[in-house]
Design a protein around this ligand. Structure first.
Ligand SMILES: Cc1cc2nc3c(=O)[nH]c(=O)nc-3n(C[C@H](O)[C@H](O)[C@H](O)COP(=O)(O)O)c2cc1C
Length: 193
């Protein structure tokens, strides 16, 4: 495959799209679009998000020690993008987007009602990376859309319909079709020996 060098940049895809919910000192709930998010440990279950230190979201997490990470469905692309363009320092993003939140199980944590997967987190630690802080949160609870599950408890990905971000291209896409089963597809090659 012929390649073009892009230099030292942050072009990388696919990335998840999430809304981080936090609460400020006055009790106002803020929403922030974040795509630099990923699971970083299974035991204990831990998720990390890289936040610019100027974000209202970062200040709120430092104040409260709790937050939620909400998967953005494709239908929510416009509202979620707006949460990545405006800061809670100036804009009430719940009012702006019309999205709703409900209390989670942790004190001070709110979940986006329209999101099919909500992750409740407790701040654990952070790593300084230039202007960014890689914030790690222990996952305390996950809420998954009931309608996605069949009677055997198997979840249908199409119901979650997660919005995908292509970093560098600045485009949102939805998922295509399933290609293979993870932890299984490769077994065919291993069995060859
Ligand atoms: C697609 C997309 C992804 C983004 N991902 C991040 C991210 O992972 N980390 C970050 O600090 N900012 C990210 N941003 C920028 C913030 O969402 C934006 O600066 C926001 O206004 C900050 O809101 P706040 O000040 O209310 O926290 C992203 C923006 C977009 C549009």
């Amino acid at each position: 495959m012929l390649k073009r060098q892009l230099g030292a940049c942050v072009t990388f895809f696919p990335q998840p799209t999430t809304l981080i919910t936090t609460q400020n000192g006055e009790g106002d709930v803020n929403l922030m679009m974040a795509s630099w998010v990923g699971i970083v440990s299974k035991t204990p279950p831990t998720i990390a998000v890289s936040l610019n230190q100027d974000r209202q979201t970062y200040a709120n997490i430092k104040d409260n020690g709790t937050f939620s990470i909400n998967v953005v469905p494709a239908a929510m692309a416009q509202a979620a993008d707006a949460c990545g363009l405006a800061s809670g320092k100036k804009v009430d993003k719940l009012k702006l987007t019309g999205l709703d939140v409900s209390p989670g199980t942790l004190e001070g944590v709110f979940l986006v009602d329209e999101s099919p997967l909500n992750v409740e987190c407790r701040y654990v630690k952070e790593v300084e990376l230039g202007d960014y802080r890689l914030v790690m949160g222990e996952i305390m609870e996950i809420h998954a859309c009931e309608a996605a599950f069949d009677e055997q408890g198997k979840a249908d990905v199409k119901v979650f319909d997660p919005l995908v971000y292509l970093g560098g291209m600045r485009e949102y896409w939805s998922l295509g079709k399933k290609e293979a089963d993870a932890y299984r597809a490769g077994l065919v090659l291993l069995d060859k020996d």
